[in-house]
Design a protein around this ligand. Structure first.
Ligand code: CAA
Ligand code: NAD
Length: 299
């Protein structure tokens, strides 16, 4: 058990979220809903515009039910939440003012290192850094910074506004004060937190990713159709969505990054074998829901 009652956590007022894709937009949304002021930062202006639209859509869905008798409250709530989010393509403008910076950019260690080393030089020294990586060791990402005691993992689940879980990851260098601050931030945005060590895939992905790739192997062998596999796992195992729907939902590129990375690191583990079908779909730009096609067609 990592929690330590006698450690003072740090007060968080302002949060920067870097990367405004599937995950970053959701993280910015739930953080702004909890009352924090948020900088949403991306290198790509289009991604920022898309993120604001997706936050608007998401808030429209969640407030419809919540304020069904008072639609004017829903409007106010959406406006107040969006007012707390500032978007920018300039890293400095947000990073200089934030108490917590959450990184949600592409799953690539080199790109993450470049980003964190820049952030380390421009952010106040007390600012806490966190990565939303799905599969990379947090301690390895933290190699790029001097503040290793103020670095941890905040692993969210997609779609962020819907999924209740937040995995909070401590490396052997994360200080108790930082860890406590990250856990408190998680509770403040309404998530249920679980404490994770810095092991591959933490809790959920270590189990979920090999399951998804095992499923694709079954399909590649021709044992069953993908529709039947999805139906079977939903109706026979009680899963909310089938494994191919889940792959399309997560993104086939992200899934491929994860398995390729693990296979390189752990070449003897057979649960990390690649999938020719996924490699082919990714090479054709069929990345799942986000591009309109993956295993299924969404157009
Ligand atoms: N924002 C807010 N609300 C949303 C939403 C969003 N982006 N997407 C869906 N919802 C809400 C809908 O409004 C609806 O709410 P009500 O029940 O109150 O009406 C509810 O969620 C269900 O949505 P839909 O009816 O539109 O569609 P659905 O039933 O197909 O649900 C889903 C969509 C929420 C994505 C659902 O399929 C689901 O939860 N799937 C499982 C997702 C999952 O397992 N995620 C984890 C992936 S692994 C991961 O994230 C880790 C990693 O590192 C790869
Ligand atoms: P995505 O492709 O939807 O979004 C990534 C965004 O980062 C893009 O908008 C891109 O323009 C931006 N970006 C890339 N490099 C950047 C840089 N140097 N500076 C600023 N912005 C940059 O990806 P995603 O699915 O949101 O995944 C982001 C991270 O979250 C990854 O580490 C992934 O492993 C992790 N994650 C993904 C899921 C999932 O289900 N997709 C779930 C949990 C965690």
């Amino acid at each position: 058990n990592f929690s330590s009652t006698y450690v003072l956590s740090r007060k968080i007022n302002s949060v920067s979220v870097i990367g405004s894709g599937l995950m970053g937009s959701g993280i910015a949304q739930v953080t702004a809903e909890a009352g924090y002021s948020v900088y949403l930062i991306d290198q790509n202006q289009n991604a920022l515009d898309k993120a604001i639209k997706s936050i608007q859509n998401s808030l429209t869905k969640t407030t419809k039910k919540r304020f069904n008798k008072e639609p004017e409250h829903a409007e106010r709530y959406i406006k107040d939440t969006l007012d707390r989010i500032q978007t920018t393509t300039e890293l400095d403008s947000g990073a200089e003012k934030s108490d917590l910076i959450i990184e949600a950019i592409v799953e690539n260690i080199q790109v993450k290192h470049d980003l964190f080393s820049k952030l380390d030089s421009i952010s106040p020294k007390e600012t806490i850094f966190a990565s939303n990586t799905s599969s990379l060791p947090i301690s390895e990402i933290a190699q790029a910074v001097n503040r290793k005691d103020r670095f941890g993992g905040l692993h969210f689940f997609n779609p962020v506004p819907v999924m209740k879980l937040l995995e909070v990851i401590k490396t052997h260098e994360t200080s108790d004060a930082t860890y406590k601050t990250l856990l408190e931030y998680g509770l403040s945005i309404g998530k249920t937190t679980v404490e994770c060590k810095d092991t591959p895939g933490f809790i959920v992905n270590r189990l979920l990713v090999p399951y998804m790739f095992e499923v694709v192997k079954m399909y590649e062998r021709g044992d069953a159709s993908l529709q039947d596999i999805d139906t079977a796992m939903k109706l026979g195992a009680g899963y909310l969505i089938g494994p191919f729907e889940l792959l399309d939902h997560v993104g086939l590129d992200t899934s491929k990054f994860i398995i390729d990375g693990w296979r390189k690191r752990y070449p003897n583990d057979l649960s990390f074998e690649s999938s020719p079908v996924i490699d082919k779909l990714v090479s054709e730009g069929k990345l799942g829901r986000k591009t309109g096609e993956g295993f299924y067609n969404y157009r």
